[in-house]
Structure formats: structure tokens, C-alpha cells
Design a protein around this ligand. Sequence first.
Ligand SMILES: Nc1ncnc2c1ncn2[C@@H]1O[C@H](COP(=O)(O)OP(=O)(O)OP(=O)(O)O)[C@@H](O)[C@H]1O
Ligand SMILES: [Mg+2]
Length: 253
Amino acid sequence: MAQTANSKYALSIENLTVQFGGLLALQNVDIAVPTGSRYGILGPNGAGKTTLFNVISGFVKPTKGQVYLHGVDISKHPPHERVKYGLARTFQITTLFPELSVLENILMAALVQSGTSRVFWKPAHKDKVAVSIAETQLHDLALMHLADKTVNELAYGEQRLLEIAVALASNPRVLLLDEPTAGLSTAEIKAVVQLVNSLPKDLTIVMIEHDLDVIFDISEYLSVLHGGQAIAHGPASEIRHDERVKEVYLGES
Ligand SMILES: Nc1ncnc2c1ncn2[C@@H]1O[C@H](COP(=O)(O)OP(=O)(O)OP(=O)(O)O)[C@@H](O)[C@H]1O
Ligand SMILES: [Mg+2]
């Protein structure tokens, strides 16, 4: 696949293989995510979905293959440099600071992700410009009412919303969400879907998700992983009717 800086793909993964000892977690996977699209990654437990995100964000070194962000080969870049290139992610396991307020969590994220070498967060808390940017962000995400609550005081669903807000604090062009609705109630899932659907249309979003209603609600395109292999790609409306996908994932035949 030819790549240029103006690639129509925000993210592309080429011929990706990841081997953990004797286990092939990913095998020759190719995925091309159109710029500004909502892209879902579907697949059963152990399919290699999180490993894919770990490779894209630089936490796992692939055995083989390349990762391109807007046409630039970032395969050799460490995670923090990928953030500077416009990549952000959430994790399957929550990574918030429980004793800090929602606003402080956003400020911390903005500081850390901007690569600012300030060690303490307190000066940032007094930095009126940084506070105002963080408040605007919370306001845009309709989370301003939570600003002064500590993470400890939040409901689990609110914490998952905050994780997305934290990932957005670096002002990414590509956002990776790893199972943002896992463990949530129906009402909380709705809030996550609403927040994701409210994000700017030029932000490219790649989302791992088990909840089929959510994935079909949000995604325009899907890739389906199974046993480390990408068994189907395409528009969500087509994948829904793909015989192989129905068989191995949707449990139909
Ligand atoms: N760092 C690692 N070292 C060794 N094996 C790993 C490592 N990370 C993942 N694996 C294995 O690779 C396979 C794929 O794991 P991965 O976490 O990518 O799956 P997943 O599709 O995200 O599953 P889930 O839906 O349960 O989150 C699994 O068999 C897992 O045990
Ligand atoms: Mg996973």
C-alpha cells in the first residue's frame, strides 16, 4: 500500500505479526482506517484486539509489520512520541488518579501528554490558561458538572467517560478506545455512545467493543479478528451479514 503524508488513511497497519513465545497473537494483519471514520474492532476473547492497540500505541514491539499514522511510519517510535504525532488511547483497565478531581485528572493528562517536563501538577493547577482549556474540554464533553469530584466519588460509568476525556486531553487526531462500555449498565452504555457520537467528525476513532449494539451504533467500518487473524473487513452494514463472521463470532450459522 503506497503511503504519503496526505494519506486518506489516518491509521494503517500492514502485515502485522506478534508472537508471544509459542503463541501467535496476531498473524499478518492488515487494517486501513479511513481518516475521520468510526472504525470498530470486533472479535472474541483472546482474538488479539488489545495486542493490536498495544502495537499501534507502541507498548508491544511487533515481530513483523508496520504502523502508519497519517502516512508516516511510526513503527519505531516510543509511545510518548506517537502521542505527539496525534495518537491517544484508553486502556481496558482504568488508569485514572483516584485521589485527584476530574479537572485535575484532565490537567495531569494534558501536562504528561504534552511532554511538558514539569514534575508536579500543582503549578498546572494554578496555571489559568491550562485550567481554562481543561474546563472547556469538560464543558464540550458535557462533563463539567463532575469537575470538582474526585475519581473515588464517581460512578464506574462516569470513570469510563473520564478516561475518554483524559485521552482527548492531548488533542489527538486518532483515538483508540479499548472496550469503553465493558461492565457498564444500559444507561451508562448510552452515555458512552452519546459522548463518542458527539466527538468532532474529523477525529478518527478506532474502538474495540464486545457489545454488538454499540459497535453497530457507532462504527462505519469493521475489522473482525479471530485467533489473531483478520477474517473480515468492510462497511459495518456488510460485516453484519458476512457468513464467516456470523459463524465464528455472532454464534449463528
Ligand atoms: N504481553 C503478553 N505476553 C504473552 N501473551 C500475551 C501478552 N498479551 C496478550 N497475550 C496473549 O495474546 C492473546 C491475545 O490477547 P489480547 O489481550 O490481545 O486479546 P483480546 O482480543 O484483547 O481479548 P479480550 O477480549 O479478552 O480483551 C491472548 O492469548 C493473550 O493471553
Ligand atoms: Mg482486550
